[in-house]
Design a protein around this ligand. Structure first.
Ligand code: FES
Ligand SMILES: [Fe+2]
Length: 397
């Protein structure tokens, strides 16, 4: 290979790194921090308890005070850097296990028992705003005032009588190839026909779709037309959330709205936070099926089955052919791309229109941010989005 080809490949690799890196001092890290991001399942922190988190390369402590309110501060004590979640929650504050320094929800050190009257200057660790919504904990890790809590809200889930369930998966690869998969409707015709074909793969079928993409106020709307009676629409919200619909648990059950956020823990690990919503009006039997299914299978994480999936490619749980199977199929293909896929070596075709559209959109926004020019002011879609769920339907407000 000539030097020129090597140099071009290296330049492409550099451009792709702009899309995958999430650290605080990278362009994408700054971009992602301008948005509320889910960081934990609300149920994972009890009153008076604390858990450690790693989000976009940053260590954090999430704790729930005695009032029930959640607070988010830095992962380590300012004194000698031990992990704060191992200490004690005291009212709405947290106290370090090592020498008892105590911090409030803003991260301000309010007490240093062994330094009383020593004249030591006050200190602080990071403190961030948090918000609970639909079973998830969202945080704003950026600078200055947080934006309005608008993009994370999903009016279709806020309708009276909607049943909500949550999921969380921790995948050991980069967040951006997971986001790219949101924009790859063609994969459904192949990946979701692998292992075994569940209701999702059956409904979508193995036909290769015609694709179209439209930038919206909130992100990108993807339409995949397989026939006049098989049109699948999904709405992706900038920068890392996707909304799809999937068939219910039996043919009598309504289709389920699925929202998935792909949040980098660091450049090599990603947590996927899910909200599943069964629309209002379902029968009692259907509601019961939804609750029982998610209670039993909702916490399946394909990353915990990496070896068996990759070595045997067998789906072990015949009963769980809905969410678990779909997740395992996606994991096989997306984790199979490696931890950070070598985009500089890929060979894109016409059916990768969504991937190209997505990358261009991010490069456009990163470029504006880099130049200090105004980036797009994303806002949630005006309408309650009902994605088509049955053959023949089209996207409707
Ligand atoms: S390390 Fe936390 S008080 Fe010393
Ligand atoms: Fe998929």
């Amino acid at each position: 290979m000539s030097t020129t080809l090597d140099q071009r490949r290296e330049e492409r690799a550099r451009q792709f790194r702009q899309l995958t890196e999430c650290g605080k001092n990278t362009g994408m890290g700054r971009l992602l921090r301008k948005f509320w991001q889910p960081i934990a399942l609300a149920e994972s922190v009890a009153v008076n308890a604390a858990i450690p988190l790693l989000i976009m390369g940053e260590e954090l402590t999430l704790y729930r005070g005695e009032s029930g309110a959640l607070h988010l501060v830095g992962g380590r004590c300012a004194h000698r850097r031990t992990l704060l979640h191992t200490g004690w929650v005291m009212g709405e504050e947290i106290r370090c296990i090592y020498h008892g320094w105590q911090y409030n929800a803003m991260g301000e050190c309010v007490s240093r028992p062994a330094e009383e009257n020593t004249g030591m200057p006050r200190t602080k660790i990071p403190g961030y705003p948090v918000k609970e919504y639909m079973g998830l904990v969202f945080a704003y890790l950026g600078e200055g005032q947080p934006p309005e809590f608008d993009l994370p809200r999903k009016p279709v889930l806020e309708r009276e009588g909607t049943l909500i369930a949550n999921g969380r998966e921790r995948w050991d690869n980069n967040w951006f190839q997971q986001v790219e998969n949101s924009m790859d409707a063609v994969h459904v015709s192949f990946v979701h026909q692998a292992l075994t074909v569940g209701p999702f793969g059956q409904a979508v079928t193995g036909a290769v779709p015609e694709l179209s993409y439209q930038e919206t106020s909130a992100g990108i709307r993807q339409t995949a037309r397989r026939s006049s009676g098989n049109v699948r629409v999904s709405d992706w919200t900038y920068p890392n959330n996707n909304h799809i619909t999937v068939p219910g648990l039996t043919p009598e059950d309504p289709w389920i709205d699925v929202f998935v956020w792909m949040v980098p823990n660091d450049d090599l690990n990603t947590t996927r936070f899910m909200i599943y919503g069964q629309p209002p009006g379902a029968s009692e039997a259907s509601k019961m099926r939804f609750k029982q299914y998610f209670a039993k299978y909702g916490k399946y994480d394909p990353a915990e089955h990496h070896d068996e999936l990759f070595s045997s490619r067998v789906w072990h749980n015949a009963e769980d052919i809905f969410v678990g199977l779909t997740a395992a199929q996606d994991y096989l293909s997306i984790r199979g791309q490696d931890r950070i896929t070598a985009r500089e070596d890929e060979f894109l075709g016409r059916s990768d229109l969504g991937i190209v559209t997505l990358r261009k959109l991010f490069w456009r926004e990163l470029g504006l941010q880099e130049k200090g020019e105004p980036t797009k002011e994303w806002r949630s879609l005006d309408e309650i989005v009902h994605l088509p769920t049955q053959p023949g339907q089209t996207a409707a407000a």
